[in-house]
Design a protein around this ligand. Structure first.
Ligand SMILES: [Zn+2]
Length: 227
């Protein structure tokens, strides 16, 4: 009889210890979940909007206004020849805190010209930007995404490509642009657009509103490329 009682007491203790252990385990996983939750709450997933071929006298001012209203910074890869006569737009882009990059002087395919001409195309655009902003651009987006490695020896710039090509210049359709972005969006995505079309500007605002709602933070490309 005594043996049975001792056994029952031992069993109760084992049961109590088990309950206590399970309680601790549950509490610990709650803590871990909380920590992860807090961290993601502080660091939103980032994306970068980039606009090529500008500035556009017709549409860049409207784009800048909408970005300002939404508190969004973007990256503008400017074509040197489009800067001429639009200098005040370049100043506005800089003053509003956006990042300015090089998109060559006359929108050439760098792979199809000599290395010397390619270098001239890039330097001419960089000089145009420097004359207005007082800063040489650090980033270059090669037109058509055609970069050449041999330029990296003589040009101290970082080529920037893209993750999502909205094909905005081709479709000129706000719903089509949105569909592409919605289906391909991911953290750290660089989105390619052009500020020379009304539909692109309108789509950009819709992209911003949609992605902000989904917890994305918009940054300039330097924040995604230089850690
Ligand atoms: Zn271009």
């Amino acid at each position: 009889m005594k043996k049975i009682r001792t056994f029952a007491v031992t069993l109760s203790w084992v049961f109590l210890l088990l309950v206590f252990f399970l309680f601790l385990r549950q509490n610990k996983s709650a803590e871990v979940f909380h920590a992860v939750h807090v961290r993601t709450g502080q660091e939103l997933p980032k994306v970068a909007l980039t606009f090529d071929d500008g500035p556009s006298r017709q549409y860049t001012p409207k784009l800048l206004e909408g970005l300002r209203e939404r508190g969004i910074l973007a990256t503008f890869f400017l074509t040197g020849k489009n800067i001429e006569g639009n200098e005040e737009l370049v100043s506005m882009i800089q003053e509003e805190g956006h990042l300015i990059g090089n998109h060559t002087y006359s929108h050439v395919c760098l792979n199809q010209i000599s290395q010397i001409r390619a270098k001239e195309e890039i330097e001419k655009a960089s000089n145009k930007i420097y004359e207005i902003t007082g800063e040489y651009p650090v980033f270059i987006r090669p037109p058509f995404g055609e970069w050449r490695q041999d330029l990296e020896l003589s040009i101290d710039m970082l080529p920037v490509f893209w993750d999502i090509d909205t094909l905005d210049w081709k479709s000129k359709s706000v719903p089509d642009i949105l569909k592409i972005v919605e289906s391909q969006i991911h953290e750290n995505a660089i989105i390619l657009m052009h500020d020379g079309y009304e539909t692109s500007v309108e789509a950009a605002f819709k992209i911003i509103d949609l992605l902000k709602e989904n917890g994305y933070e918009f940054v300039t490309v330097d924040r995604l490329l230089i850690l």
